[in-house]
Design a protein around this ligand. Structure first.
Ligand code: NAP
Length: 292
């Protein structure tokens, strides 16, 4: 069994990103990323902090906007409009989920698609579905695809099963793996909460992507020997022995499943670091396109 080390592969992506930033800077361009946080959800605050920190480390001009949870839809729309018009900002990210009174879809639609480095705008969703490479692909599935490529996994012709159909992970993941060409050409099945006999489907997978948000959902009997498993799940489970009182686990029962796999990602240290790495890469792509 091979452990796919997301931390190491993310470092490699960051090195590429650093080189691309240096090329832009030689032309007097500094990529700019605006990260918007509404409210004080602890997980979102931590995500925003690490995105901001990583951007600054790489030499990206990083602008963090923290709005109180009382911020209104029009406050947020006004900020997005301002960022759309700001030539120093190439990428805009509004941390999900915003407070319940905010219409998140309307906020995403307000972002200029050329600055939508999260890849959630309908224009970018359509471009992914159309195999149009001029859009932005959501960072987590893009990171999963990169992990497979870096691990030398044969994707073309493989039977890939994606557990989950969210717009953030499952659906774009399926589109990426079924797209024509490099990193794609798989035969893809998508499983969701209404699917019947999930274990029979997952047992057919050469590549299994788990993104459902249920700790340890994928058990050893659901995986056949030699499968490559990418565990997207990040779930908190109580652990009185841990300093914080909890630990993070994936959607896969790692200890039981790993011995059967050809390769598997750990949690943490698998997909997580790749999401940030692809966000930084998307931001640089936005700046390069703007400068072209
Ligand atoms: P989500 O929006 O809640 O979607 C979950 C998907 O799983 C839905 O399609 C749902 O089906 C399906 N599902 C739920 N329970 C199921 C069950 N018992 N059997 C079959 N399908 C089931 O979650 P998400 O945003 O995609 O995130 C999924 C996981 O990935 C979470 O643990 C999240 O924290 C993690 N995540 C990690 C990263 C990262 O950077 N590593 C990034 C994003 C998300 P229905 O559509 O039928 O409801």
């Amino acid at each position: 069994m091979k452990l796919i080390n997301g931390t190491e592969i993310a470092k490699k992506v960051h090195e590429e990103t650093r080189r691309r930033i240096a090329t832009l800077q030689a032309r007097g361009i500094t990529p700019g990323l605006a990260v918007v946080l509404v409210g004080d959800d602890p997980a979102s605050t931590a995500y925003v902090r690490s995105k901001d920190k990583r951007a600054a480390e790489l030499g990206i001009h990083s602008l963090k906007h923290e709005l109180p949870s009382s911020a209104t839809q029009s406050d947020l729309l006004a900020l997005v409009e301002c960022l759309n018009a700001d030539p120093a900002i190439h990428g805009i990210l509004v941390q999900s989920p915003p407070p319940l009174h905010i219409d998140e879809a309307a906020i995403v639609r307000a972002i200029d698609p050329r600055k939508d480095v999260d890849g959630f705008h309908p224009v970018n969703v359509a471009k992914l579905a159309l195999d149009d490479p001029t859009g932005f692909v959501p960072c987590t599935p893009l990171g999963c695809q990169r992990l497979l490529v870096e691990a030398g996994v044969q994707i073309a012709g493989a039977r890939a099963v994606v557990l989950g159909r969210s717009m953030i992970v499952g659906k774009p993941m399926a589109l990426l793996l079924m797209a024509k060409g490099s990193g794609g050409d798989a035969t893809v099945t998508v499983v969701h909460s209404r699917s019947r006999d999930i274990a029979a489907i997952t047992r057919e997978a050469d590549i299994l992507i788990a993104a459902i948000g249920r700790p340890g959902f994928v058990t050893a009997d659901m995986v056949r020997a030699g499968t490559v498993v990418i565990d997207v799940g990040i779930n908190r489970v109580d652990d009185p022995t841990a300093a914080k009182g909890y630990r993070l686990v994936g959607d896969v029962d790692f200890d039981a499943v790993a011995p059967k796999c050809a390769a598997i990602t750990p949690v943490p240290g698998g997909v997580g670091p790749m999401t940030i790495a692809m966000l930084m890469a998307n931001t640089v792509t936005a700046a390069e396109r703007c400068a072209a």
